[in-house]
Write a protein that binds this ligand. Structure first.
Ligand code: ZN
Length: 422
């Protein structure tokens, strides 16, 4: 008996599998068909092949004529949950320096957001983050990593991580939760004491509660030193958490070497990462997470060098870095910036925003469209794959399928608009 399909997407103009072949790094198939059973992909191939393999008699059918079908985006680096906004700071900094903004009495930086986040209840934080996730979904994102780091005390960090859990329960997007207690030291405790608190109390409590998959640390001048970072990450590894590191964003403290030595899952930012460091990271199998929109938002004096990292053999992921300093929900906009500003081909950029993102989160069930993988799919109303890079600021997403369910449908020809999942 042929296996039953629950969903069939047929006559697809171009299917982008993100599974590289010898001739195509993103494994395109023209005139394709995708069959889904439950949460997973059942079959992929030509119309004739798929129809002969599966029983589609009860399947919901989607017409893919003239459309591009691709894996949903995996946004592997965000600071999704926070209170308030830093719009005043952003607006002032368009024409003024940081110290001028401070002199104007505008609250700035991570600690300003910590104060605003502590002032909000878990319920309010959940509601604002759900709205952000809605926008991300509308732009084709189906998995989002979400870091804590605006609480900076045990209770406040747990509050944010519990919000992550509620978001994962209540929104179709999968939330991968990361503990970033070492984002900055809070004003009320000396730095060294805070590092000890992260290691001896926060990491064990977070791990015991099962509220995070990863532990991250902000290794940079003015934040956490190389030695702080090593101690924190080793404690996290001991507690069974996966490791990530914000590294080389504003200075090179040697964090690249630490990331390679610890074989962390991902090293993120990498603005000051040189060739030697990149080579070591590549050898250690560390994925580099690059975020062009934060470099744009802060007008970074030294944008990351994607080509150098790729030349040295690193796998890269591309993410939004959605945070109070970079209010960016759109992965389509992000890959447009990545490709133009950092000389990435459309294929390289898209692969980094899907399969690369999955690798940066140690997820081997998504980011690729192939049998057995999650049916996390976006459909674009575009004449070609490259149009997604050409039409600046355009959101091409028409349908989003998450774990086999249609969660967004914006087709003009009778499809309903807005959110189907609520
Ligand atoms: Zn970050």
């Amino acid at each position: 008996m042929r296996p039953k399909a629950s969903l069939l997407i047929e006559r697809i103009h171009t299917l982008v599998t993100c599974q590289p072949t010898q001739v195509d790094p993103i494994g395109r198939i023209a005139g394709a068909c995708v069959a889904v059973a439950g949460e997973h992909i059942l079959a992929i191939g030509s119309m004739a092949d798929v129809i002969s393999e599966v029983d589609a008699s009860d399947a919901t059918r989607i017409d893919g004529s003239g459309k591009i079908l691709a894996p949903g985006f995996v946004d592997s680096h965000t600071h999704l949950v926070f209170g308030g906004s830093r719009v005043q700071e952003y607006a002032a900094r368009l024409t003024r320096t940081a110290s001028e903004a401070v002199a104007m009495g505008i609250p700035t930086g991570i600690l300003a957001t910590v104060e605003m986040t502590r002032a909000e209840s878990a319920e309010v934080l959940t509601q604002s983050a759900l709205r952000r996730l809605d926008e991300m979904l509308q732009h084709g994102t189906t998995t989002v990593e979400s870091k804590s780091g605006y609480g900076l005390s045990l209770a406040e960090e747990l509050k944010i991580l519990q919000v992550n859990q509620r978001l994962d329960d209540h929104h179709p997007i999968d939330i991968i939760s990361t503990f970033l207690g070492a984002h900055a030291a809070p004003p009320e405790i000396p730095h060294a004491e805070y590092v000890d608190l992260v290691i001896s109390e926060m990491i064990p409590a977070v791990a015991e509660a099962g509220l995070a998959k990863f532990c991250d640390v902000y290794c940079d001048e003015g934040y956490f030193s190389l030695e702080d970072s090593r101690r924190i990450l080793e404690a996290a590894r001991g507690a069974g958490l996966g490791l990530k590191i914000h590294v080389d964003q504003y200075s090179d403290l040697g964090g690249g070497g630490l990331a390679a030595a610890l074989a962390v899952v991902s090293a993120d930012h990498l603005n000051y990462t040189g060739r030697d460091s990149a080579r070591r990271l590549a050898r250690a199998g560390v994925t580099g997470v690059l975020m062009p929109l934060i470099d744009f938002a802060v007008q970074h004096p030294r944008p990351f060098q994607a080509r150098l990292l790729i030349e040295e053999g690193m796998t890269i992921a591309l993410a939004t870095d959605f945070c109070p300093g970079c209010w960016a929900v759109s992965m389509p906009l992000m890959i447009q910036f990545a490709s133009r500003q950092h000389r990435l081909s459309p294929e390289e950029a898209f692969l980094a925003a899907t399969a690369g993102g999955a690798r940066a989160l140690n997820l081997n069930d998504r980011g690729i469209l192939a049998p057995g993988f999650l049916a996390d799919i976006q459909m674009w109303d575009l004449p070609s794959f490259e149009d997604a890079f050409y039409r600046l600021g355009h959101n091409p997403v028409e349908i989003v399928i998450k774990r086999g369910k249609i969660v967004l449908d914006r087709r003009r020809d009778g499809g309903s608009t807005g959110h189907l999942y609520r």
